[in-house]
Ligand binder design. Structure first.
Ligand SMILES: [Zn+2]
Length: 139
């Protein structure tokens, strides 16, 4: 029997799906190669490089081992560096993950936003509508 894959817990809300491609401006996607960063790799960069957490802290938050996050981080940095240096696009998608914080959706304006696991937001931060729905369940 195959061993179950480890689930990496994602604490941050990745940028909205429609905005997950970064590319050099002025060039069409047809002329660009693209590196795909998994959402797990994105989370490793977010926690360690953007939030200055140690690899041990980030590993604990994502419930994976330090050697695993070290491997994920090095792969993520390589892809980002390659894109910057060689003028490639970066697409953030996929990977084996599960959200920790709740994601809420506003049916009125279709925007999605995270909130901490304790409380359902009273109104949409964008359009102030009150019919907020939970899009996923907290772990
Ligand atoms: Zn709204």
């Amino acid at each position: 029997m195959p061993r179950p894959r480890k689930v990496k817990l994602i604490h941050g809300m990745p940028i909205p799906e429609s905005r997950t491609i970064f590319k050099p401006s002025g060039l069409s996607m047809d002329n660009l190669s693209m590196n795909t960063l998994t959402i797990v790799e994105f989370e490793a960069i977010r926690l360690i490089d953007a939030e200055d957490k140690s690899q041990n802290e980030a590993a604990a938050l994502m419930k994976i081992s330090q050697p695993t996050i070290s491997r994920i981080l090095s792969s993520a940095r390589k892809k980002v560096a390659d894109a910057l240096v060689n003028g490639k696009a970066i697409h953030i998608e996929g990977g084996d993950y599960k959200f920790v914080s709740k994601i809420f959706t506003c049916p009125a304006c279709k925007s999605q936003f995270p909130a901490d696991d304790t409380a359902m937001p009273q109104k949409c931060p964008k359009c102030n509508s009150t019919g907020i729905l939970a899009s996923n369940d907290a772990v």
